[in-house]
Design a protein around this ligand. Structure first.
Ligand SMILES: Cc1cc2nc3c(=O)[nH]c(=O)nc-3n(C[C@H](O)[C@H](O)[C@H](O)COP(=O)(O)OP(=O)(O)OC[C@H]3O[C@@H](n4cnc5c(N)ncnc54)[C@H](O)[C@@H]3O)c2cc1C
Length: 368
């Protein structure tokens, strides 16, 4: 994509967002924090405008955006505050995996309701004994006629309590080398034998869950790829997961302008606060440059490897640093958990150092 095309796309995205988002936001009362129905509603506005899943191919309702075009769209959404996460596993992981590996029949069944905001997805990969080393999964899938009988336990399953479908990694052959005995399914979260137990987070909310599966019958037509392809298909999911976290940069950090406003709220900020503000500002700039570095590789048709991991570490660091400074600037009020407050961002920050590959694992990738 040439620079002129990029600028034309930016202008188009900005014009559409400016014509649509502020009015929508006002119509839902300018909330400090969007509830799940508001998130779904904003998604539907985007889907109706053709912006529901711009990186999907045109034939599945997307705009066929490559990574550079998608980054322009994500930047414009972040600029206006319209990057409101909705069905992140569905759009960031399940959808792209289905597009890459599923049969035409599966694509026809699952992609349109996902795009329309009608069906929510969760990811059933991690287990108590399989996280960073995901190939250790021991959830068992046994063939039984036209279906598979699945038994095992998953954990940290975001949104499983509200999900209609899950993408599931299980083991069908315990004798093969661990990466070769895996199988990948789409599972109906309302199937008999599935029990979802919410986990309480430090913020008091329950956004992720334990999922227990006891003799869950999954039709063979819900398998993605051949038995034994599970690892290969899961790698596609994880690659898209990293990309969706990386491109969400603006969505989770505590905005710098609000930190400055907090610092000024109590008169002229002291030297330590000014230093800390400069530290957060510097991190924002570093993140911009790291983003630009990833994009410039993509523009040249090269695939970023270590750059993506560095970006994720820097993002988690910025999320933590900006939220911690916000809490400090609030003083005693920082102990109160209010919508839109840095305290909430502070309590949510540790998750970014773990989910989508821990800091340590990302550092391994960089080192290698
Ligand atoms: C907010 C959030 C949402 C999540 N959502 C989902 C979801 O929807 N579905 C899902 O399946 N999973 C989900 N996860 C799980 C996530 O993928 C795992 O937590 C992550 O992969 C780490 O695995 P683990 O928790 O088992 O930790 P472990 O892998 O047991 O790691 C424990 C510690 O050891 C370190 N460590 C491990 N291996 C190495 C190594 N080789 N070198 C150096 N250090 C190492 C880690 O960095 C960590 O500090 C979510 C996690 C979070 C935080």
């Amino acid at each position: 994509m040439s620079e002129a095309q990029e600028e034309a796309l930016r202008a188009e995205a900005r014009a559409w967002l400016e014509a649509t988002f502020p009015a929508w936001r006002e119509s839902v009362g300018n909330p400090a924090r969007y509830n799940s129905e508001q998130r779904r509603a904003w998604h539907r506005v985007q889907a109706q405008g053709g912006w529901g899943a711009p990186s999907w191919p045109v034939e599945y309702g997307g705009k066929g955006f490559g990574p550079v075009e998608y980054a322009v769209w994500a930047e414009e959404k972040a600029r206006i505050g319209a990057n409101i996460p909705f069905n992140v596993t569905g759009f960031g992981m399940a959808g792209p995996t289905i597009i890459a590996h599923a049969t035409e029949l599966q694509k026809k069944r699952y992609l349109p309701p996902l795009l329309g905001g009608d069906e929510i997805w969760c990811q059933l990969f991690s287990e108590p004994g399989a996280g960073s080393d995901l190939a250790n999964v021991t959830t068992r899938a046994q063939r039984d006629g036209d279906s598979w009988i699945v038994t095992g336990q998953k954990v940290w399953s975001s949104s499983a309590h509200e999900a209609d479908f899950g993408i599931l990694l299980a083991r069908y052959d315990f004798d093969k080398p661990k990466h070769e005995g895996l199988i990948y399914f789409i599972v109906d979260m309302r199937a008999p034998g599935i029990e979802v137990r919410p986990l309480r987070q430090i913020s008091g909310e329950s956004e992720f869950n334990e999922v227990f599966m006891t003799d869950v019958r999954i039709p063979d037509e819900n398998r993605i790829g051949e038995p034994g392809d599970g690892w290969r298909v899961a790698m596609t999911t994880l690659m898209f997961e990293r990309m969706s976290i990386g491109s969400a940069t603006g969505g989770y950090t505590f905005p710098f302008e609000r930190l400055v406003a907090l610092a000024r709220a109590h008169g002229r900020p002291g030297a330590l606060d000014r230093q800390a503000l400069a530290g957060v500002y510097t991190r924002y700039k570093i993140l911009d440059l790291l983003n630009a570095r990833v994009l410039s590789k993509l523009r040249k048709g090269e695939i970023p490897t270590a750059e993506g991991s560095i970006l994720k570490i820097a993002l988690a660091d910025l999320i933590s640093a900006s939220a911690a400074l916000g809490v400090r600037l609030l003083g005693g009020e920082g102990l109160l958990l209010k919508d839109g407050s840095p305290t909430r961002a502070f309590l949510e920050a540790p998750a970014f150092h773990i989910g989508g590959g821990t800091d340590e694992v990302q550092k391994n990738v960089v080192a290698e």
